[in-house]
Ligand binder design. Structure first.
Ligand code: GCW
Length: 678
């Protein structure tokens, strides 16, 4: 039948393999929940929904522990779980952790706490959705990062900044009394991948969200989220004390300003007792901030942190700042501004850092702040929405990019200090405050993300926030199995598309370390020629610096020396053009067009081969998808096919536009074998 993708990866279609289905049905005739917290009740409800769907018949709950069936509870509180785990095992579970255990004819979902039970229920269902055997079930898991958040860049008027899946799902006009069932499904989907926080407003914030009626609306959302273990957060506009409070200043050292924020925090917590805290973009791209009063980012962050601290809230202060003055190298600015502040933030402040030093480019080196602020907890900010990666139309599995970043060795505490180790706190032996945030790609589109494969980016982000050392391919497999159940062929193809697409995108957009050469403002399509913008660092020519001699941004000692912001072990890999990995060559070096690469090709020829390889790969992706015609529902098949047709056309557009532009400088011919029309 028609399938609009609304159910995401929580489809719960009846399992087609009937021996498998029957074996599950035999093992799981009923469900018993011991305890009645809202999270346990939500977990049980999900189990009944999921089991009934997967098994093809109603599964019921019972009032006492069954001799045969599924038992759900919280360790230390539900007596039916007593003795289930060894003391050692139990102690190894972090908050939010769970155990899935099979013992004789009973199966247990044992949460370390209420949230853990909920995550365990979703993990158990995932197990069945993936057709895994129930024999000898003994699985312990828990989150390695404490705060796993979606950042919605959603405006109160319903538009979404850099959103490509329709409008905001938050209907502020109808809140707090009308609760769209979609809010519950949103919470279920997030809980299923362990997301435990939602920042529902744009970082380009409006003060009005702190007005009482808006806080009541936010409180209504918080109530829907609560059974699913999700806390609500809001973005704080730094000048709110002026705009909303009528004060003459927002100076963080002003007593009346401090009082205004304290009162506001108390008002918020009276309405939302588990309110998460504030995310702040200050003194960046026109947003107000402490610098206007000659104060530092630390003083600004601490003002809000002090207001939230008595209630247990946190501040996530963004490091995405760059000054109004024209910089020599924008990539260096956040580091210069924040490193001197290391150790000056309150205990409940995190600095939230984008994965790379420029801005969510198809590929960037890791941000130099990772590993450079040992006394400040750093939160990772990834983009799930694909602002610079083909937006709503291109299929680009972001998981590979997340993994590349998280696995990068910063050498900050010696070899083996991966970004993942900094994010989960293990690098410095301090995991009191850890976080990963993803800028959401969700909107009112019937399938939530517009592009069906955008669902995979949401899914993979959540799984990696839970375990930043995880492997993207494992999560691609899970998503594909759950999204296209009952068809291994479709699953394999989907998994493969996710695995190859990021590299393909980098190749047809910005190979060899090129960056920021897209169309202006909207950031869609090629625009290497862009040179007239209000700021030099919003142009393309600022970044590629192509001329008759060569191309690339010299960030070594002879140039901006951005490499100096990294550890010397890290920098050593990139310093010399001869040993610099080709993927970052033009990020760090300005090189002649005829520079010889290890492959034996000239730089110009390598650029041509890379652009062509990217476009060719998209052609293969389309062909592979088309081979699935008839193997899945027409609606999802067609939707992906049409998007891939666009992507194929636009990959060639990127290739041809960029090569023609760069050729006007290099004056060199495109290698003959690439000249065949495609
Ligand atoms: O990526 C850029 C976007 C802006 C965004 C900004 C930021 C929310 O183009 O739209 O604003 O980054 O992250 O603050």
């Amino acid at each position: 039948g028609a399938d609009d993708g609304y159910r995401l990866w929580l489809r719960y279609d009846e399992i087609a393999d009937s021996p498998l289905r029957k074996s599950y049905a035999k093992a799981l005739p009923r469900v018993f929940r011991e305890g009645d917290s809202p999270q346990l009740c939500a977990a049980e409800e999900e189990l009944l929904l999921g089991l009934s769907g997967l098994l093809g018949h109603g599964v019921e709950s019972t009032a006492a522990a069954p001799a045969k069936g599924l038992i759900l509870g919280v360790l230390g509180r539900s007596t039916s779980l007593d003795g289930l785990l060894s003391a050692e095992e139990q102690a190894s579970l972090p908050d939010g952790g769970y155990a899935l255990i099979g013992q004789g004819k009973q199966f247990y979902i044992a949460g370390k706490d209420d949230r853990g039970a909920l995550y365990g229920a979703f993990a158990f269902l995932r197990y069945l959705q993936r057709g895994r055997p129930l024999d000898d079930l003994h699985l312990l898991d828990g989150p390695r990062v404490k705060n796993r958040l979606l950042n919605h860049w959603d405006n109160l008027d319903g538009t979404v900044e850099r959103g490509y899946a329709g409008f905001s799902i938050w209907n502020w006009h109808q809140l707090p009394h009308y609760l769209d069932p979609r809010y519950t499904d949103y919470a279920r989907a997030n809980a299923s991948i362990g997301i435990n926080g939602a920042v529902v407003t744009n970082v380009n914030a409006k003060a009005i969200v702190f007005r009482r009626d808006y806080l009541q609306k936010a409180a209504a959302l918080a109530e829907v989220f609560r059974p699913y273990g999700i806390r609500i957060y809001l973005t704080a506009r730094f000048s709110a004390p002026i705009e909303l409070g009528g004060l003459p200043t927002a100076d963080p050292e002003d007593a009346a300003v401090k009082k205004w924020w304290q009162d506001k925090a108390s008002e918020i917590y009276a309405l939302i007792p588990d309110f998460g805290g504030f995310v702040v973009k200050a003194n960046s791209e026109g947003q107000p901030g402490p610098r206007e009063y000659g104060r530092t980012h630390a003083q600004g962050a601490n003002l809000l942190a002090d207001a939230l601290a008595p209630h247990g809230g946190i501040v996530m202060w963004r490091a995405f700042v760059y000054s109004n003055e024209e910089p020599v190298d924008r990539a260096k600015q956040a580091y210069d501004e924040f490193v001197p502040l290391d150790g000056k933030f309150r205990d409940n402040v995190m600095v939230q850092v984008k994965n790379g030093p420029i801005d969510f480019q198809p590929r960037e080196p890791v941000h130099p702040l990772f590993g450079s602020m040992p006394h400040t907890p750093l939160a990772m900010e990834f983009q799930i929405t694909k602002e610079y990666l083909g937006q709503g139309t291109h299929l680009v599995g972001l998981g590979k990019m997340y993994e590349e970043v998280l696995q990068t060795d910063t050498y900050a505490e010696g070899p083996g200090t991966r970004v993942a180790d900094i994010i989960d706190g293990s690098a410095y032996g301090d995991d009191r405050l850890t976080a990963m945030a993803g800028v959401a790609n969700i909107g009112t589109a019937r399938n939530w993300t517009g592009n069906l494969f955008g669902q995979a980016d949401w899914y993979t982000f959540g799984r990696l926030a839970w375990n930043p050392t995880g492997k993207a391919e494992d999560y691609f497999r899970e998503w594909s199995q759950m999204t296209f159940p009952n068809s291994p062929t479709v699953q394999e193809t989907a998994q493969n598309l996710l695995a190859v697409s990021h590299e393909a995108c980098v190749n047809y957009m910005t190979p060899l370390g090129l960056h920021h050469i897209m169309g202006p403002d909207h950031h869609y399509g090629p625009g290497p020629w862009i040179k007239d913008m209000p700021r030099a660092d919003w142009t393309s020519v600022y970044y590629h610096k192509a001329d008759a001699e060569g191309v690339g941004f010299d960030r070594t000692k002879t140039g901006s020396d951005a490499l100096e912001q990294y550890t010397s072990r890290f920098a050593a890999r990139y310093e010399s053009p001869d040993s610099c990995p080709p993927a970052f060559l033009l990020w760090y070096h300005h090189l002649p067009w005829d520079h010889k690469l290890p492959s034996g090709n000239t730089l110009w020829a390598e650029l041509c081969y890379s652009y062509h390889a990217g476009a060719t790969k998209v052609g293969e992706m389309l062909k592979n998808w088309k081979s699935l015609s008839g193997r899945l529902d027409q609606e999802r098949y067609e939707s992906v096919r049409m998007h891939l047709e666009i992507q194929e056309k636009e990959a060639k557009w990127w290739r041809d536009a960029c090569l023609a532009y760069f050729q006007s400088f290099s004056g060199m011919p495109v290698p003959a074998e690439l000249e065949k029309p495609t």
